[in-house]
Ligand binder design. Structure first.
Ligand SMILES: C[S@@+](CC[C@H](N)C(=O)[O-])C[C@H]1O[C@@H](n2cnc3c(N)ncnc32)[C@H](O)[C@@H]1O
Length: 209
């Protein structure tokens, strides 16, 4: 990741409260429903990639999940989530680092049952970055693992957090990830930002092919 990307996200998370970001959700209902669709047990190893200060982790803990990790390049985002969770934060594995950097996820090789990414993948706009994402995913996802991926849809915004994004549907996600994955399910949602504008998202569940 370029140094300016790290400083961009660190700056975002130190200058805004989570509730002031466009991607804020009071409850991560769509993500939690997607996990339910998978029918995994409470001990499934869930990794929230680019999780920021999302409340997805809160919902997982409320549902009894015991094996949750949250990864983000911006340490202040994880600190905000930890502060919100209080004592419950100790039940979560927190990983501050670049998801595209092999060393960040080396401890999780083959050990992720559910890879969840809401609104991180779409920041990858060049083939080299997508290849590094694909390698990271391939290294950590268990053979029977599932991927829950939500990106801006083809008719979604062209920018997020003032950065250009690549917009996708499930087919283009799978094309980008190469031949190793197949679509299990796909659907669309409309996210409403805290200031009321609409953002169209494409969701998909993928499995190894
Ligand atoms: C639009 S926010 C979405 C946050 C969260 N997933 C949610 O739905 O609320 C994107 C997040 O991805 C993180 N991020 C961006 N690039 C990253 C990378 N290469 N590795 C890890 N985190 C990254 C940012 O710090 C930010 O928290």
């Amino acid at each position: 990741m370029p140094a300016d990307t790290l400083s961009h996200w660190t700056n975002v998370w130190t200058s805004k409260r989570p509730e002031e970001t466009s991607w804020f959700e009071e409850r991560s209902e769509e993500s939690l429903r997607a996990v339910e669709r998978l029918g995994v047990g409470a001990d499934a190893r869930v990794l929230d990639v680019g999780g920021g200060a999302s409340r997805f982790v809160d919902g997982l803990l409320e549902r009894g999940h015991t094996n949750v990790a949250v990864l983000d390049v911006a340490a202040p985002a994880l600190e905000a989530a930890k502060a919100r969770l209080g004592a419950r934060a100790s039940h979560v594995r927190w990983i501050a680092g670049d998801a595209l950097e092999p060393s960040t996820l080396s401890a999780l090789a083959g050990a992720v049952d559910v890879w969840h990414d809401r609104a991180m993948f779409h920041f990858l706009t060049d083939e080299a970055a997508i290849a590094r994402y694909r390698d990271a995913l391939d290294r950590v996802l268990a053979p029977t693992g599932r991927v829950i991926l939500a990106t801006f849809a083809p008719d979604g915004p062209e920018k997020c957090s003032n950065l250009p994004v690549s917009r996708h549907d499930a087919e283009s996600v799978v094309r980008a990830l190469g031949t190793g994955f197949r679509i299990v399910d796909t659907w669309r949602t409309v996210h409403r930002t805290p200031w009321g504008s609409e953002q169209r998202f494409a969701w998909c569940i993928l499995a190894r092919s």
